[in-house]
Design a protein around this ligand. Structure first.
Ligand SMILES: Cc1cc2nc3c(=O)[nH]c(=O)nc-3n(C[C@H](O)[C@H](O)[C@H](O)COP(=O)(O)O)c2cc1C
Ligand SMILES: [Fe+2]
Ligand SMILES: [Fe+2]
Length: 397
């Protein structure tokens, strides 16, 4: 894709990445991702963020549609993660007199990652930079997503270049604006991005949202995913809600099963949830990438986990999910547990102790059974699903 105008003199010059399989070599990208870079052409010319290294030439060609890259005065780095800073070394060569602007901490990363010496100028929180007709203000927003992150605000046009915040996975299909895209397809990918990439930093997200509350914002231009010009408040609302971790009134049931015993129970528990009147999503931990499990757990208040005992502990895909949830600091879940064992058991007990550590609320009955569940045990499973659905509905009333 080539350059697209946001408003007169401000352009999206980013790229779609439809070939990288794993973002950060961890997170699958079934719908791709975009690295959004923005060019502001005033008396001075500024580029806000770049793209991942292998896409640098494409970025340069997009810039060339508008101006000679040598005319760049400022390379502004909101965030130094290489998905945005990867083209800095090439741009420095093409625009040797351009100043690189970022927070003090960004300066350290410019040196550490690219061995670029000179040309960097730190900016302070709240600092204003005149480009001629327009001016920019920089706002430090540490840990959304790295310690050096900031946002850049174009005052007269009221555009917030927000970096990773308010971004999501999903390449931009034909258009870049919220009013051109099918948002129902993007929203789950924004949630998966939020929960897996930014999730650990919910407090910094809340602080950033509070800090920017007073700003008049007409457009949010994040570093990934749609540009929000019709409803910027929509994506702020999503990030606000997700970072408060309240969860929607629904349940995700995540289970793993080697030979079908735990799965039999999962079906009953699922029926109980529906009988209890809560929306439900059932996911097999073995066949669903962890990032999707975490996203759905982040979406709903209710979480039911079913896993057999494996080598005295939790069935491995479930253990990995719990570890991820722990690492990403998911909180405030209302949880149900069940699982099969062969001899001495251990999975349910171990899951229980993780849940206590996480401060999640456990809902009874906990349903642990030897081998295949009996008719009575299946009845308990039904009761568990129902109890969880009712608890979730009450929690959010
Ligand atoms: C590789 C493997 C390791 C197991 N380790 C244990 C164990 O340490 N303790 C135990 O009580 N059962 C253990 N079991 C038995 C399973 O927990 C039991 O067969 C259970 O019913 C399997 O449920 P599923 O069909 O939902 O996978 C193990 C089974 C397998 C296949
Ligand atoms: Fe990042
Ligand atoms: Fe990013």
């Amino acid at each position: 894709m080539s350059a697209i105008e946001l408003v007169k003199g401000v352009f999206w010059v980013g790229v779609n990445d439809r070939t990288t399989e794993l973002f950060e070599s961890v997170w699958p990208l079934p719908q791709g991702v975009s690295y959004n870079s923005y060019l502001i052409v005033d008396e001075k010319v500024a580029l806000i963020d770049t793209v991942k290294g292998p896409f640098a030439l494409e970025l340069v060609e997009n810039i060339e549609e508008i101006i000679e890259p040598a005319k760049l005065d400022y390379l502004i780095v909101n965030h130094m993660e290489p998905d945005h800073s990867g083209a800095l070394p090439l741009l420095r060569r093409l625009a040797p007199r351009a100043r690189i602007l970022g927070t003090e901490k960004a300066g350290g990363l410019v040196r550490a990652l690219y061995h670029l010496e000179g040309g960097f100028e730190p900016v302070r929180d709240g600092q204003r930079l005149s480009l001629g007709r327009w001016s920019l203000i920089f706002y430090e927003t540490p840990f959304v997503h790295w310690p050096e992150t900031m946002m850049t605000y174009l005052t007269e046009e009221k555009i917030l270049f927000s970096g990773d915040a308010f971004g999501g996975f999903g390449a931009l299909d034909g258009g870049i604006f919220d009013d051109q895209l099918d948002l129902s397809r993007y929203e789950p990918e924004i949630l998966r991005y939020f929960s897996n990439i930014v999730g650990m930093y919910t407090n910094p997200v809340q602080r950033a949202i509070q800090k920017l509350k007073a700003l008049e914002i007409e457009m949010i231009a994040p570093a990934h995913g749609p540009v929000w010009r019709k409803e910027p408040e929509r994506v702020v609302g999503l990030y606000d809600r997700w970072s408060r971790m309240e969860g929607e009134p629904g349940v995700v049931l995540i289970y793993g099963s080697m030979y079908g015993e735990t799965e039999l129970m999962a079906e009953q528990v699922a029926r109980g949830v529906i009988a209890g009147g809560a929306p439900l999503r059932v996911l097999d931990a073995s066949r669903t990438h962890l990032s999707f499990l975490l996203a759905e757990a982040w979406r709903y208040r209710g979480l039911i986990l079913g896993a057999p005992t494996y080598d005295g502990g939790i069935f491995i895909p479930m253990e990995q999910f719990l570890r991820l949830a722990q690492r990403k600091r998911l909180q405030r879940r209302v949880v149900g547990l069940f699982g099969s064992f062969g001899w001495s058991g251990g999975a349910v007990k171990a899951m229980k102790s993780v849940i206590e550590e996480l401060g999640w609320e456990l809902v009874e009955p906990v349903v642990e059974f030897n081998g295949r569940p009996t008719r009575e045990e299946l009845e308990q499973g039904l009761a568990l699903g129902r109890a969880l659905a009712e608890r979730v509905r009450k929690a959010l009333e």
